[in-house]
Design a protein around this ligand. Sequence first.
Ligand code: FAD
Length: 502
Amino acid sequence: MTASPYGVHWFRRDLRVAGNPALQWNWKQHQGRVLGLFTFDAKFLARPDFSPNRFAFFLNTLRSLRDELRSLGSDLLVLDVGPRDGWSKLMAVLDNAALPKPTAVSFNRDYEPFARQRDADLEQWIPLTFGVEVHHERDHLLIEPEEILRDGKPGQFYQIYTPFSKRWFAQLPTPEIQQRIKTQAKGLASFDQRKKGPADAALFHQTWPQLFTEGVPLTDQLEHYAAENNQRVTVPIPPAGSAVALERLRTFLKSAVKAYHERRDLPAVDGTSQLSIYLKNGSLTSGQILAEMQGAGVDLSRKDGPTTFLKEIAWREFYYHILYHRADVENAAFLPRYRELVWENREDWFDAWKRGETGYPIVDAGMRQLATTGWMHNRVRMIVASFLTKDLLIDWRWGERYFMEQLLDGDLAPNNGGWQWAASTGCDPQPYFRIFNPKLQSEKFDPQGEYIRRYVPELRTCSAKQIHDPHCTGAKVSYPEPIVNHADQKERALALYRGVSE
Ligand code: FAD
């Protein structure tokens, strides 16, 4: 057994090795003797918005991370308890096996309300209880919430996207941000394996596999969870991991980003990056995206595809900042006046929406895309969210929850932001009186009905003219009649919102 000091890197939303700032710190500190750790609270599996599909993708991401770590002579331990219990458990098994404790633990910062509390607690508790140093870095966001403030004043965060994004873009060329981008651009080669000596190999290959919990080696826990979860998976799970994410980014930058501004709103075409699932887990970060774009010589002064794409990345960071500054949005409207809205919440309408049987083809196509693939195109997310809140008069939180149950990219900040935008309750939202007309949206963004035909087979025989409103255009199809009349519901929605707006 070796007594060489070693570190533990606690992975959370940074599920990759390359360009991982806190892991790099630890690796350097311990000349490559770093063990990866992931703890997840098994209680999380009982959450009402738990998604077995997303969990399957997540476990595959952990597998790929474990393989990356193994290729570097390290490994990944997985514990199925909350982090406090996890640390106690890990220290206990190390004690029982008479193995040395790590000298430092590193992690990258997370910004969700629960995560911030957890990290603040552990940052104090770990050094006090175990005498282990804690070190953290930025990773998930390119620019952190305290770094873009109006007039630089504490707490004065941007509540409107446009000035926020102007500041976000203005900071990109600064040496500080360029340094961050450079750090995240570092690949596996930055982990110098030659520094590892024979003593280290003993630590990785002989000691860690001895760590068990309930009879299962900690390095095998992953397979244990995957075996149980796989039976509950209902959609095809896309390939996971940082190499896949980087490959997908590169393909997108080569083939689709140029026309992104023209094609991103068309659900029938493959015009978006489909990177959201990788960004959520930190298989990929905004810093890496910037690095790849800069490496490809993209000119960000032009208002074309690449800039439009980066504006979406900035939207993502914007919603993270909002959640950071206003943790209450997790449960309530950002705009206090809309907390008074009295939703009708008809369960039968909600069920029809979930099943994709509202009688509105574009809405039904979107809901069926979600149920069969675990993903939905952004334009259609906006349409179905508007329909749920403003046509069916159902609380946006019901929709938000259902999306979290279904989406492979389900992520609190952008999901909450997207829902509150559509429901007009959020910061910088769609004004309440702008109510999407599903038929017009359908005609505009899926003019030939290709997207609808893909997900609503009952309408495959409809012409491009009929497909947006099959019953009114006399199509002979076995497809539900509209469950509501859009024009009537629009008036009711306006009355509902006016009641608390004026
Ligand atoms: P691209 O068009 O290629 O965009 C690139 C990246 O920018 C995305 O991967 C994503 O990280 C970010 N992005 C794009 N659009 C938005 C947006 N409107 N808001 C914030 N970030 C954006 N995104 C999630 O990642 N998780 C969610 O749970 C989620 N829920 C949503 C719910 C609603 C009601 C709405 C309207 C939007 C939601 N979005 C969510 C945002 C957006 O729909 C997805 O990020 C996008 O469709 C993912 O596909 P893509 O990777 O091909 O996006």
